[in-house]
Write a protein that binds this ligand. Structure first.
Ligand SMILES: Cc1cc2nc3c(=O)[nH]c(=O)nc-3n(C[C@H](O)[C@H](O)[C@H](O)COP(=O)(O)OP(=O)(O)OC[C@H]3O[C@@H](n4cnc5c(N)ncnc54)[C@H](O)[C@@H]3O)c2cc1C
Length: 349
């Protein structure tokens, strides 16, 4: 089978990658997204229940809804989406075509590349207890997908960082009882969140670790946890309905280090680029949290701007006579047919 060459291949399916895919379709380029996770959404997958206030033009919106809308927009022009695919290195052939090698052994061919890998591949640090993984389909959670799941439940949260504290505070009014266990004496979170926690009914166990998980009769769920004090070595048991673990994330940032040409990096990770998303390699652009430049805004709003700039540069790289920027959507012919359908729908009632 001949190799299929795309105009733009975007590595990373978070906000920057998704908006790049939308904009690339808008500029009529053949587009592919490669994403390691089994789903699109990027870091927003970590906070589906948190309210996001600072995306321009949107009233406060839960992360999940924002993510769903970004995915819908990103897929407007039907880019090819390759999930469960880890890009491991980038090289170029003698004709300047980029070769993206994946862990699966596949090679993706592209005229241009947009690196939108955010903070790299994030995997939650798992509970270090033998056999714990068998409860992951039951009541052992590494993220809070929906607060409702924990309504009137007895929940234990393990972790002393920002997210663990946030979850404890958010679950306190929803759950029957919330316990928080952490290895050290102090919590490392925002002052206001810690004060809220201290004034709540959340019961905290410092210097404590979950040392054992005891299964329910069906063997699928945890019914009790054994907690051990790091100071005295003494153990005790708590009956729980759910266990939430937030021990941070393992980060795989190897892609740019394995890349077969020099890309200028900042702090050995971030791509040193321009305010218009160019990197030190022609034809290769960056967008979102991975990009570093003087005007960089590490927000979703900033990712959108980087993405549009990256796509505009990619378009001109492939077609030097193309306009530097795309027509605004209200005047853009590609939306004419869709607008007619939308107006018909809006005026139906
Ligand atoms: C808890 C939390 C709350 C936040 N709240 C807000 C907020 O309220 N407002 C706001 O504007 N911002 C917020 N942010 C920041 C915002 O989420 C990021 O700025 C945004 O997600 C960056 O998007 P991105 O596409 O650059 O990167 P990411 O969202 O990190 O997406 C990168 C994607 O690339 C994939 N990837 C990485 N390496 C590879 C590889 N080698 N091969 C294939 N795929 C790969 C990853 O799996 C990931 O899906 C928050 C962040 C966190 C952690």
């Amino acid at each position: 089978m001949g190799k299929e060459i795309f105009d733009v291949t975007i590595i990373g399916g978070g906000p920057a990658g998704l908006y790049s895919a939308f904009y690339s379709g808008l500029r009529a380029m053949k587009t592919k997204i490669i994403e390691f996770q089994p789903q699109l959404g990027g870091k927003v997958l970590i906070y589906p229940e948190k309210m996001v206030w600072d995306v321009g033009g949107l009233p406060p919106v839960p992360g999940k809804q924002l993510m769903d809308q970004m995915i819908e927009q990103g897929l407007t022009f039907n880019p090819k989406v390759v999930l469960n695919e880890k890009a491991v290195s980038i090289s170029r052939d003698e004709n300047g075509i980029f070769l993206l090698e994946a862990a699966s052994g596949r090679i993706h061919y592209s005229k241009t590349v947009i690196v939108a890998v955010g903070s790299g591949i994030l995997m939650p640090q798992k509970l270090n207890i033998e056999g714990a993984e068998r409860f992951e389909l039951g009541n052992l959670h590494y993220t809070v997908k929906s607060l409702k799941t924990f309504k009137d439940k007895t929940v234990i949260i393990s972790g002393g960082g920002n997210s663990a504290i946030d979850w404890a505070n958010e679950l306190e009014p929803v759950a029957k009882k919330v316990y928080l266990v952490y290895r050290k004496n102090c919590l490392s979170g925002h002052e206001a969140q810690i004060t809220q926690l201290e004034n709540s009914s959340v019961e905290c166990f410092p210097y404590t670790t979950i040392s054992k998980l005891l299964a329910s009769d069906d063997h699928e769920n945890i019914s009790q946890v054994e907690l051990t004090s790091n100071k005295t070595g003494e153990s005790f048991y708590l009956e729980v309905d759910d266990v939430i673990v937030n021990h941070g994330f393992d980060q795989d940032t190897s892609l740019l280090k394995n890349t077969k040409f020099d890309i200028q990096l900042v702090d050995q990770y971030f791509v040193k680029g321009t305010a218009t998303s160019e990197t030190s390699m022609e034809g290769l652009y960056a967008a979102g949290d991975i990009l570093n430049h003087e005007g960089k805004l590490n927000l979703i709003a900033g990712a959108f701007q980087d993405a549009a700039n990256a796509v505009n540069k990619a378009k001109q790289y492939i077609e030097p006579d193309a306009n530097a920027v795309a027509m605004v959507s209200s005047h853009n012919d590609v939306f004419k047919k869709r607008n007619r359908e939308l107006v018909r729908e809006m005026t139906k009632h």
